[in-house]
Design a protein around this ligand. Structure first.
Ligand code: FAD
Ligand code: NAI
Length: 472
């Protein structure tokens, strides 16, 4: 086992493992260190993958339970939660094993243990990283060190997460029983995705959100349509509201809330609380202070456009630096940083990073929202198309939602696309690609799309930018 590498990557999530694999592909020797014991990071172990496995299973359960009859199918449906959880764990296990396979294929050395940078690469000396593993401490050296240590759950002051009654996303993907009542703090992506899982399995779900809207940051019109759909599905929303205290009682939890702006307090009784108020960069015990790596006010590692920190030879990517906390953003930065370290021109286009909320219907967006364009004083045109007028959506009984395309008023260049509707997460890829190529809305409008598909809704919205939508 060599102790010297071209690149040492700290963190084995989508940022870290993809950096190491791309470095291996480019002929660099690479080690990837993770303290978790299983590679894949937050995403594969406790994030994207287990949550999507449960979203899929719970959606099928709900469909079989509540929608089969309308399709002319008679079925007796019963929930087997332990089996649903076991399948989720199996999916996670297979994917984390897949990362190990890719490491082997690309000659990456996986190392399990907690890493700390003890010396930066400087003046021709190699950087040093100490790894505390179960077999003791090992010191590794490298020309380049990449920090890809990800993020952790943001804590709600005064509320202690025990991962049993008061859970973060980690506890919420592993509950042993369906709670009768679930209170979600934070109407963001995690709250609404995992809230959907438990709502479909039978919980009464109440969401307390500090702001006056759900999923802040997404296009306002799409956000409102999304909230209407979730409300129809049985979610109860308390917007502009904050949690000020939680008391544990014999029959559950008593949550005291008050208006965000202050005012009269009230209480909500619940069985389980999911705290989902965001995530914070994770760089604890990494030795950053010792080697002088700068963090910003929010605790994120400061980097330039080439992912270089202020210390030569040390780079940072993924959730621990600025930008959306998304697996595919971390992955793209991983490829770019490995290419930059190998002397190639690595690059990420931050204007075309899609984001998806995997509820039903899904919500997906890429580029700028209408509010952002207004604030920036950019003149734009809009094309919209509702799924009620899409033939495929009718055939699959999924007509809720719309596609909205925003294009530059002068050049017709696509500036953003926002979708709430079936398969929105897949539909957005076409627009992300169009934006990557600098396409105009007319390019999408004049591209032949198969019939009957949901993709036609995207095309019709693009046609709507110039006012020649046809299928309505
Ligand atoms: P991480 O995946 O967090 O990996 C960092 C790794 O570093 C961890 O495994 C940690 O153990 C390790 N580490 C930290 N410090 C050290 C150290 N000192 N030594 C050794 N190892 C260390 N994103 C999406 O794009 N799509 C989704 O559907 C999605 N769903 C999500 C659902 C949930 C419930 C959550 C919580 C997140 C979800 N995300 C999703 C976000 C996504 O998981 C993150 O954006 C992504 O994992 C970030 O990748 P990363 O490599 O930067 O960090
Ligand atoms: P989030 O930032 O999406 O949402 C947090 C919500 O909590 C916001 O609406 C915020 O206004 C609210 N909030 C903050 N403080 C509050 C308080 N004290 N009381 C009530 N509400 C409060 O964060 P979330 O949902 O925790 O997810 C964390 C990150 O994980 C996200 O940034 C997201 O990028 C990533 N993620 C991505 C997924 C995806 O791509 N599908 C799925 C899950 C997570």
């Amino acid at each position: 086992m060599a102790d010297t590498f071209d690149v040492i990557v700290i963190g084995g999530g989508p940022g870290g493992y993809n950096t190491a694999i791309r470095a291996g592909q480019l002929g660099l020797s690479a080690a990837c260190i993770d303290k978790r014991g299983s590679f894949g990071g937050t995403c594969l172990n406790i994030g994207c993958i287990p949550s999507k496995a449960l979203l899929h299973a719970s959606e099928r359960f709900h469909e079989a339970h509540s929608e089969f009859a309308a399709l002319g199918i008679k079925a007796t449906v019963e929930l087997d939660l332990p089996a649903m959880m076991a399948r989720k764990d199996k999916v996670v296990g297979e994917l984390t094993k897949g990362v190990e396979y890719l490491f082997k294929k690309n000659k990456v050395e996986p190392i399990v243990g907690e890493a700390r940078i003890v010396a930066p690469p400087s003046n021709g000396n190699l950087g040093k990283v100490e790894v505390k593993g179960k077999d003791g401490t090992r010191t590794l050296t490298a020309k380049s060190i990449v920090i890809a240590t990800g993020s952790d759950v943001a804590k709600l002051p005064g509320v202690t997460i025990d991962e049993k009654q008061i859970v973060s996303s980690t506890g919420a993907i592993a509950l042993k029983d369906v709670p009768r009542r679930l209170l979600v703090v934070g109407a963001g992506v995690i709250g609404l995705e995992l809230g959907s899982v438990w709502r479909r399995l039978g919980s009464d779900v109440t969401v307390v959100e500090f702001l006056d809207r759900i999923t802040p940051g997404i296009d306002g019109e799409i956000g409102k349509a999304f909230q209407r759909v979730l409300t129809k599905q049985g979610f109860t929303f308390h917007l502009s509201t904050k949690v000020v205290g939680v008391e544990k009682g014999k029959s559950g939890l008593k949550v005291t809330v008050e208006p965000a702006a202050g005012g009269e307090r009230s209480s909500i009784e619940t069985d389980i609380i999911l705290v989902a108020i965001g995530r914070v960069p994770y760089t604890a015990n990494l030795g950053l202070e010792g080697v002088g790596v700068a963090l910003d006010k929010r605790g994120r590692v400061v980097t330039d456009h080439h992912y270089r920190t202020n210390v030569a030879g040390i780079y940072a990517i993924g959730d621990c630096r600025e930008g959306p906390m998304l697996a595919h953003k971390a992955e793209d930065e991983a490829v770019a940083v490995a290419e930059i370290i190998a002397g190639k021109p690595g690059h990420v286009n931050y204007d075309a990073i899609p984001s998806v909320v995997y509820t039903f219907p899904e919500v997906a967006s890429v580029g700028r929202t209408e509010e952002e364009l207004k604030a920036a004083g950019i003149a734009y045109k809009i094309g919209k198309f509702p799924f009620t007028a899409n033939a495929r959506a009718k055939t699959i009984s999924a007509t809720e939602g719309l596609v909205k395309i925003l294009a530059d008023a002068a050049t017709d260049k696509v500036l953003g696309c926002h979708i709430v509707g079936p398969e929105a997460g897949n539909l957005i890829a076409e627009v992300a690609l169009a934006m990557e190529f600098g396409a105009a809305s007319e390019d999408i409008a004049r591209t032949c799309h198969s019939h009957p598909t949901l993709t036609e809704a995207v095309r019709q919205a693009a046609m709507g930018v110039e006012g020649w939508t046809m299928q309505m």
